[in-house]
Design a protein around this ligand. Structure first.
Ligand code: ZN
Length: 323
């Protein structure tokens, strides 16, 4: 019997966010030299996108205080886009000075989370985003938008889709090259992911969407699969699954890079990433942080048939089941 499978993309772009989202949620603050060691090791895994850090006020996020120094000292590979997050114009100017290749503006889709995160109302953040967008345009640097708590807010619960769409629309009008949908505290589930993605695609089909899943409640990889089924080809992940969630102590943070790459390669979906080297990077992270990482492949090992790190060959659209 032939059972048709949902159509999935042949290739997925993975952005590594461990040096920013991962490390900023770790108790231990790595030294500048340790961060550089990690990013230089990530350079050798085939990643095309690495989020280096963020230009927020060091009082808010002391783990990111040395982002400019990290940018200055990492080995830059021409094929890799090294990005940074900036919540305001000052941050964007610092990102430009540090020669970030791409800058992400982030704002929350819930008023209380935006206040606690960047100390501004959503309206103030949108005004700041417009200033940042024009400053980046002058500097010829790509402007991207990251929306937080799209699938649920730890303070307000459900986030109305209309609000998400309205904020996204404003950012698209400012020239955002991509909209990242952040499941900041791991409240998404597969049906909600599909609903939001399809709803936004209807509003602006021309703007690429990226999923930024967190695993705080264990649904991270399921959400990735759900997103792929509705055409998402861009995801964020963190090496070793480092990070965490300030609202769920002990919970893992972002989905784990080597785990999601392992799953994708098993499914025959290419990422361009070298899986064994990613696992080595996760081992390096364990050494640097001095504790185990939440990732699973580092413990279970890479399945034998993809030990070279390449995707498994799959029949493209169907699989035979039974006799
Ligand atoms: Zn995140």
């Amino acid at each position: 019997m032939m059972i048709p499978l949902a159509s999935l993309p042949a290739r997925v772009s993975v952005r590594e966010v461990g040096p920013r989202d991962g490390l900023q949620n770790e108790d231990l603050v790595l030294s500048t030299a340790q961060k550089i060691t990690l990013i230089n090791a990530l350079n050798a895994t085939g990643l095309a996108l690495i989020e280096v850090g963020s230009f927020v006020h060091p009082r808010h996020v002391p783990q990111m205080a040395d982002t400019a120094e990290v940018f200055a000292q990492i080995e830059r590979r021409p094929q890799v886009v090294y990005s940074a997050i900036a919540p305001n114009l000052k941050g964007a100017e610092r990102a430009i000075a540090a020669r970030a290749d791409s800058v992400q503006v982030f704002l929350s889709t819930s008023e209380s989370h935006n206040q606690s995160n960047v100390n501004m109302s959503i309206a103030q953040s949108l005004t700041a985003a417009a200033d940042i967008a024009s400053t980046l345009a002058r500097a010829k640097i790509e402007f991207e938008a990251v929306l937080s708590v799209v699938f649920g807010c730890p303070f307000e619960g459900d986030v109305p889709f209309e609000r998400v769409a309205e904020i996204a629309e404003r950012l698209v009008a400012m020239g955002a090259a991509q909209i990242t949908l952040g499941d900041t505290t791991g409240m998404a589930h597969p049906r909600l992911v599909q609903q939001v993605v399809l709803g936004l695609r209807e509003r602006f089909p021309q703007v690429p969407l990226r999923l930024h899943p967190h695993s705080a409640r264990g649904a991270g990889l399921a959400n990735v699969l759900a997103a792929l089924e509705v055409g998402i080809e861009r995801i964020d992940a963190s090496i070793g699954g480092i990070g965490g969630c300030p609202f769920a102590p002990g919970a893992p943070g972002n989905i784990c890079t080597e785990d999601v790459v392992h799953m994708l390669h098993e499914m025959g979906i290419a990422t361009g990433l070298h899986l064994p080297r990613l696992v080595e990077c996760a081992q390096l992270v364990e050494q640097l942080l001095g504790h185990e990482v939440p990732g699973q492949v580092i413990k279970g090992g890479i399945c034998g048939h993809i030990a070279d790190g390449n995707p498994r060959h799959w029949p493209p659209s169907s699989v035979s089941v039974g006799a």
